[in-house]
Design a protein around this ligand. Structure first.
Ligand code: HEM
Length: 283
């Protein structure tokens, strides 16, 4: 008799092929939207994939994208996750159309499709994440980075996940995308003038523009001389800290290197804590 195929799911009489290519296409189709921010949900989906994954602690294997625990309290209400309810809700129609995909796979895949759809590198991605049934599986709070802090905090948070200095800088290059929202984080404005195009512009701007503290009632952030672009205190640490700055200079000069290093680090971020069945093929 025939062996069951790992990529097929029996549902009553019929067998559904798990067509991840079709899911990718469905995500691509919802990226561009007039009237939302800068015309794309892409940056928001990249942030969803990152916050779903960035809770990982390599010391005990807890946290990470597996489980999609951000659906539940308390994780869905963490201040650091403000605004991501929007990201999760725009993916619901896709989950309804492809019910066999786990939320955890869908959220991480949407970050990958968003980076690729905004002109970034191809990110190796494979399925295999399994959703947890309730909020008792939420990781401990306070694991995502605090934008008001310094280099030591950045290193604590990202080395807890298992990343080195170069990978921390490469991952931070995602701030070339999107913007801050006062009603989500308290900060305001985009980092770059091209927030829906994946590029190394963030690194160039960090080095080439003059960043001064913004005079306002909000939290400390930095602005350029046009007062339209921003940097967080943690972004500024990447040029203040000599070891980080070396990689900012590298990526500002060499976009190809940035794309390649970002692809590896982002792919690994999305897989932290996930146990894949043997021989899972990338799609
Ligand atoms: C947005 C902080 C690292 C991707 C934001 C926002 C803050 C923030 C405060 C604004 C949220 C809002 O108001 O909507 C930080 C800190 C980091 C960090 C402190 C590390 C020290 C990362 C990493 C990635 C990432 C590693 C991805 C690889 C994004 C994206 C946005 C964003 C794409 C824009 C979201 C949008 O436009 O809605 N981040 N972040 N960030 N972050 Fe980060």
């Amino acid at each position: 008799s025939e062996m069951p195929q790992p990529a097929a799911l029996a549902t009553g009489q019929t067998t559904v092929k798990k067509d991840y290519g079709a899911v990718k296409k469905a995500i691509e189709d919802i990226l561009d939207v007039e009237g939302y921010d800068d015309g794309s949900y892409g940056p928001l989906l990249v942030r969803l994939a990152w916050h779903a994954s960035g809770t990982f602690d390599k010391a005990d294997g807890t946290g990470g994208s597996n489980g999609a625990t951000m659906r539940f309290e308390p994780e869905c209400s963490w201040g650091s996750n403000a605004g991501l309810d929007k990201a999760r809700s725009i993916l619901e129609p896709i989950k309804a159309k492809f019910p066999w995909i786990s939320y955890a796979d869908l959220w991480t895949l949407s970050g990958v499709v968003a980076v690729e759809g905004m002109g970034g590198p191809t990110i190796p991605w494979r399925p295999g994440r399994v959703d947890k049934p309730s909020g008792v599986h939420c990781p401990a709070g306070g694991r995502l980075p605090d934008a008001s802090k310094g280099a030591q905090h950045i290193r604590e948070v990202f080395s807890r996940m298992g990343f080195n200095d170069q990978e921390m800088v490469a991952l931070s290059g995602a701030h070339t995308l999107g913007r801050c929202h006062t009603d989500r984080s308290g900060y305001v404005n985009p980092w770059t003038n091209a927030p829906t195009t994946f590029s190394n512009l963030y690194f160039q701007d960090l080095l080439n523009k003059k960043w001064t503290p913004k005079k306002w009632d909000g939290p400390l952030q930095y602005e350029d001389n046009t007062k339209t672009l921003m940097m967080l205190p943690t972004d500024m640490e990447l040029i203040k800290d000599k070891k980080f700055r070396k990689y900012v200079e590298l990526y500002a000069k060499n976009e190809e290197q940035f794309f390649s290093d970002f692809a590896s680090a982002f792919s690994r971020l999305l897989e932290l804590g996930v146990q894949f069945p043997a021989a899972t093929v990338a799609v």
